[in-house]
Design a protein around this ligand. Sequence first.
Ligand SMILES: [Zn+2]
Length: 132
Amino acid sequence: MRSSVKSKYESYRKILEKKAEEVRSSMSAQKAAQVLAREEHPHDEGDLSQQSHEEWIFLNRNTLDIKLLREVQDALRRLEQGSYGVCYECEEPISAKRLDAVPWAKYCVSCQERIATRAESGVEEAFQETDA
Ligand SMILES: [Zn+2]
């Protein structure tokens, strides 16, 4: 039994659930579900022309919200799986200080900085997850 580990993250779970609720309520829930579903089945750029103008505006306006919601949902999934609070990149525990600031953090501070630098220099796949 790892109940002590679970309760350690219980407060983060509450924060994450509240955050997810906030983000969801700030967008149209139905639209968000559609967009999230679409993101799981990426299509060619050519298909963009088939999107309605309204949807295009929605996507642009909500991209940040959707990104955040996905991060938060990811973090909740990691809580369930018991991998919460561990850096994706170096597999070291993420500091409590960082989790307090960003409860959905996937990376420790040093990895996050390295990834941000990589992303700035145009390596777009920096945020892709690896199966290693
Ligand atoms: Zn790391």
